[in-house]
Design a protein around this ligand. Structure first.
Ligand code: AMP
Length: 302
């Protein structure tokens, strides 16, 4: 089943203790689409500037990613720059230049409008809502990611968009910031009042936690000896999660739990190299092998 995503396509400047890349292709929608395309067909909605070359667009070619909804405009592509702490657990944003995203008015191609699964990746909340409103029938699942930039600057718009969302997928800092609650279970209760019925908290090296009315489910992060760059791990997690759900065509508890594992699998590959480098070469058999490894990692008897 097809999966629609709107979010940033960007150039990133990344600094981690492992090195620096001045201008890597990135963006939330880019990581998401590449990760999800291992499971299903992805319809991409975003905008790039005239500095985005056909070589940059190669990342989408040869995959099941439709880029009819990738608009090209005069001006510069979204630019973001971030720096990670020594242990990679914290990052500071140095620059966010919205550039062509500042005036983006998305118009969904006709064939995107019937998408049954929608992921509103990190971007302005009113833009996320605008795209959702152009989907003709109520999708089966609408999931959303956001970050401190939007929680701080566009809180009212974000609250409005959240009313139409089933699954909120954010990191632990953002969960605390959005809910004003430190405890994640109490935070989930707050967030359920805003609209979503499921909260997925991405916790970096501590794994991910899903909370819904049935209870809590946790997966660890895959233990890696040398993670290099956490950029895009959250978006790749979301791509694995939503890509799996769209391919499974159901969202019962068992499917959601498997989606958590596939999310963690894709997130773990994303951090192995800088930017999109590891995801570019990733093969489906590697994904399934790591999912089996996850099953082994978490198996025990009582
Ligand atoms: P993640 O590490 O999963 O949080 O996502 C990192 C990606 O998000 C980078 O490739 C950035 O280009 C993109 N990004 C950073 N800040 C923003 C923002 N305010 N809105 C949309 N995308 C952003």
């Amino acid at each position: 089943m097809s999966l629609l995503v709107v979010g940033s396509v960007a150039f990133d400047c990344l600094e981690s203790p492992y090195g620096k890349v001045e201008r890597a292709l990135g963006g939330a929608a880019t990581y998401f689409a590449v990760a999800a395309s291992h499971f299903t067909h992805v319809n991409l909605v975003a905008i790039v500037g005239d500095d985005f070359t056909s070589k940059d667009a190669e990342i989408f070619r040869g995959r099941t990613i439709d880029i009819e909804g990738l608009e090209r405009a005069t001006g510069k592509t979204f630019f973001w720059s971030g720096r990670y702490s020594e242990n990679l657990n914290e990052r500071i944003t140095l620059v966010t230049d919205l550039n062509v995203f500042a005036d983006f008015k998305p118009k969904l191609p006709e064939k995107y409008r019937r998408s049954k699964h929608v992921f509103l990746a990190n971007i302005a909340p009113d833009l996320q809502r605008d795209v959702l409103q152009q989907v003709t029938n109520r999708p089966k699942i609408v999931a959303l990611d956001t970050m401190n930039y939007w929680i701080e600057r566009t809180n009212a718009e974000l609250r409005e968009t959240l009313k139409h969302v089933d699954i909120l997928m954010i990191n632990d800092f953002e969960t605390r910031q959005l809910s004003s609650e430190h405890n994640l279970l109490r935070a989930a209760k707050h967030i359920f009042k805003m609209g979503p019925s499921t909260l997925v908290v991405k916790r970096g090296e501590y794994g991910a936690m899903m909370v819904d009315k049935r209870g809590v489910f946790c997966v660890p992060a895959f233990p890696l000896e040398e993670p290099h760059d956490p950029t895009g791990a959250g978006d790749s997690f979301a791509g694995g999660f939503m890509g799996y759900l769209a391919s499974a065509g159901k969202a019962n508890d068992a499917a959601l739990r498997r989606a958590m594992v596939y999310g963690s699998v894709l997130g773990s590959f994303a951090v192995e190299k800088f930017g999109l480098d590891r995801l570019r070469s990733l093969k489906r058999n590697e994904i399934h092998a790591r999912a089996r490894h996850f099953a082994k990692l978490t198996q025990f008897s009582l």
